[in-house]
Design a protein around this ligand. Structure first.
Ligand SMILES: [Zn+2]
Length: 751
């Protein structure tokens, strides 16, 4: 092991030689114990020694020996544990050159770990995903044009000179832009046409100009903005919902709150969370226009260098406004004073992998603990937020009318029992007639179906065999474009076989039901002269492809767009006047407790795409259950009646937000061991006042990726700490090595 057991009075071996700060214990050391938390699945921090004189402050990033290696962790402000004798402790190797985590951040990490019941080290790991931000900055060499022409000018050299501008770019960057090798760039430098300059690998973000392009707010919007800025000016916590229909100008209004927060002093930082990475680029542009400065972005599609820049600049307090996906909540802000959660109802805020958490709920908790306001924005707020307002925990500001007086779309229901499509088709005669009318009027239509691929089920006509994934109890979805059968849960895919694997009949496998590729096929047959676009994550892989299709839709180059929910949010299509929902019932099937709520939110959002400019819009929902409360509410534009009915049902069942839920999933390949463990866990469940343990039961998808899965659902009264109950219960049963146990507080997925 690489060094550092501390022997009093002796020199100890060092960690890395190039680290910026060293402890020297060669004189009589005065040492103290400090706790270090590592970004590993560990519930506790460990004791180390540090010199009392130079003891790293709580929150400092330090390198310390752990097992056979040295790992970077964080000095954790917990009282040291005196039970381990000093002689047994190792010393911290060195302190990393990065700003220490602020006390508020450390507090948030510790709290989030307790709340989610994940190890504190796992939560810390989310904060330390820095894209190399914990290594010291390495200056890079960039090149700028000198203005002198080289003696010899080849076409390759010319393309490099064309790519080079006033801002320095690296040789690799220039070479890639010009499509030549690095050598051409260096040759131009030797020839005097380019000059080498040092460039900052993490260039600072431009400071936001708060008065740059203040919007022209309507009276309603100004009133809402004033409501949002009051707690900011007073510097107190308040969760506030800004509730306004699509197109009512919510963004302009909450950007005023952001401006008010940033205006408090020059160190204040603000964070805007958005749910969808595909929307980041247009949204960033909008924020940039408002403040005349690009905000710092944060999402999973960024390069490591871009992540590093944002991470370091946030940690230094230099990046004052961050726009990011849910994980931006764990960036190391030293002075965060406002969080905005846009589209707060969106399911994408729930992280289901690794540490399971809901970013909206954690954002509110963060603001409450640190004493700053949190703004939630939505056209279709979650029932949780609505109840929080009704019960006085959250404040609310409304934006009743659509900006610029655009009318809300007219929503009609197509009863598919009365008005069915022809055999083999998916669009009802009424919907077809509306699309025809739109084509004649030169207006755009959107056909919405939230299902990727060609057909959700492939069935053998001869023996009835359903094509399922080999290692999962999931149906394979045909993707005809790629001629593959795909599992949407695990990503497994296979070529579509010629013969049924069960009865060997050739050519008997038939698609059942529509995915968007199949609706596109029908549309192309019906409207051969129309420009038809198809938009889903398969047909347009990557944020850029999505943007391109959305841009051509926005420019009016597409007559009919056939899309999944990727097109539901945040886009402005001025000539879109008809939205047809191919299967409105889709989200209600196999429903969990939020199925109707999610259906309402999604359909309200997608139908809200119609008629956002001067032209009025209309929407048609194809359904086999037109009397369902959710469709009646959409048709009658009566959100409150729907929410009241939903709330009543949840209250009766003791479900959130009127009660608490936790899901416990046990999974493993050894089925007998799994079932034994589930039974043992059940038997150990203590009786608790206001607590009900349901299960174990087979998960709806029992086999997934080769593992069998058993579920418990724990229901608690709202005044009962579900975490305290689980802390008491779960340690009573040690899981066998083959069984993994995952706790999900406030579950959203029940599969
Ligand atoms: Zn068959």
């Amino acid at each position: 092991m690489r060094g550092n057991s501390l022997e009093t009075g002796h020199r100890i071996k060092r960690g890395r030689m190039n680290s910026p700060m060293k402890f020297d214990f060669s004189e009589k050391p005065a040492v103290q114990r400090v706790k270090v938390l590592f970004p590993l699945p560990l519930f506790k921090a460990y004791d180390y020694l540090a010199p009392t004189e130079d003891a790293p402050a709580p929150g400092s990033f330090v390198r310390a020996p752990f097992g056979p290696r040295e790992i970077v962790g964080v000095v954790w402000p917990e009282p040291a544990d005196a039970s381990v004798p000093v002689e047994k402790l190792k010393a911290i190797a060195d302190v990393i050159d990065a700003p220490p985590l602020a006390a508020g951040m450390v507090d948030f990490i510790a709290w989030a770990a307790r709340y989610t019941m994940f190890p504190a080290g796992s939560v810390l790991r989310m904060t330390m995903r820095s894209g190399d931000g914990l290594s010291a900055p390495r200056a890079q060499t960039g090149y700028v044009r000198t203005g002198d022409a080289p003696a010899r000018l080849t076409p390759q050299r010319q393309s490099v000179l064309d790519a080079a501008g006033a801002d320095p770019r690296t040789a690799a960057d220039l070479a890639a832009a010009a499509g030549v090798s690095d050598g051409v760039v260096r040759g131009l430098s030797r020839a005097g046409a380019l000059r080498a300059v040092e460039i900052d690998p993490d260039p600072p973000f431009d400071p936001p100009d708060l008065d740059a392009n203040g919007p022209d707010l309507s009276e309603d919007q100004q009133y809402a903005a004033d409501g949002l800025t009051a707690p900011i000016r007073e510097g107190r916590h308040q969760a506030l919902l800004i509730d306004g229909v699509t197109g009512s100008g919510k963004t302009e209004v909450y950007l005023e709150a952001v401006a008010a927060a940033l205006a408090r002093d020059e160190t204040v930082q603000a964070l805007i969370l958005i749910p969808e990475i595909a929307l980041t680029a247009p949204f960033l542009k909008r924020v940039e226009e408002r403040f005349n400065a690009a905000p710092a972005p944060w999402h999973s599609e960024m390069t490591s260098a871009a992540r590093r820049r944002t991470w370091r600049r946030v940690a230094e307090g230099q990046a004052r406004l961050v726009v990011g996906a849910r994980s931006a909540l764990f960036l190391p802000f030293p002075n965060l004073k406002l969080i905005v959660v846009d589209e707060e109802h969106d399911g994408a805020y729930k992280q289901e992998d690794g540490v399971i958490y809901h970013a909206r709920d954690l954002a509110v908790a963060r603001g409450a603990r640190a004493g700053f306001p949190v703004i939630l924005a939505s056209a279709t707020p979650s029932l949780e937020s609505v109840v929080n307002i009704d019960e006085g925990r959250y404040g609310a500001v409304g934006l009743p009318s659509r900006f610029a007086d655009a009318a809300m779309p007219d929503i009609g229901l197509v009863d598919m029992r009365e008005d069915p499509p022809e055999a083999g088709a998916w669009l009802s005669p009424s919907l077809v007639a509306e699309v025809n009318a739109n084509l004649s009027a030169g207006e755009q239509s959107l056909l919405f179906l939230n299902r990727r691929g060609y057909a959700p089920l492939t069935l053998c006509r001869r023996c009835g065999h359903k094509m399922t994934a080999p290692d999962s109890d999931t149906m394979l979805v045909e993707h005809r474009f790629e001629n593959r059968l795909v599992c949407h849960h695990t990503g497994f895919s296979m070529e579509k076989p010629e013969a049924c694997p069960n009865c060997n009949a050739v050519g008997s496998l038939s698609p059942c039901g529509p995915g968007i590729e199949r609706v596109a096929e029908e549309a192309r047959e019906r409207w051969p002269d129309a420009a038809i676009g198809v938009l889903s994550s398969d047909t347009a892989p990557g944020a850029r492809a999505v943007r391109e299709i959305l841009a051509s839709m926005g420019d009016g180059e597409i007559d009919i767009l056939i899309a999944t929910q990727i097109a539901a949010k945040g886009h402005h299509f001025p000539d879109l006047t008809l939205v047809g929902v191919v299967d409105a019932d889709l989200g209600l099937a196999g429903g969990d407790l939020r199925a109707a709520e999610r259906t309402y939110q999604l359909l309200a959002q997608v139908t809200g795409r119609a008629g956002r400019a001067e032209k009025p819009g209309r929407a048609l929902l194809q359904t086999y259950q037109p009397d369902a409360a959710v469709f009646q509410a959409l048709k009658n534009c009566d959100r409150n009646a729907f929410l009241a009915a939903e709330a009543e049902g949840r209250k009766r069942a003791g479900f959130p937000p009127y009660g608490r839920l936790a899901a416990i999933l046990l999974r493993g390949r050894n089925e007998p061991a799994l079932h034994d463990a589930a039974r043992a866990l059940r038997a150990a469940a203590p009786a608790g006042d206001g607590i009900e343990v349901l299960g174990p039961a087979r998960a709806p998808i029992y086999r997934l990726r080769g593992e069998a899965r058993m579920r418990f659902l724990v229901k608690a009264r709202r005044d009962v700490s579900i975490q305290a109950y689980l802390d008491d219960w779960l340690p009573k049963v040690k899981m066998p090595a083959s069984v993994r146990r995952v706790v999900d507080i406030d579950p959203y997925s029940f599969l």
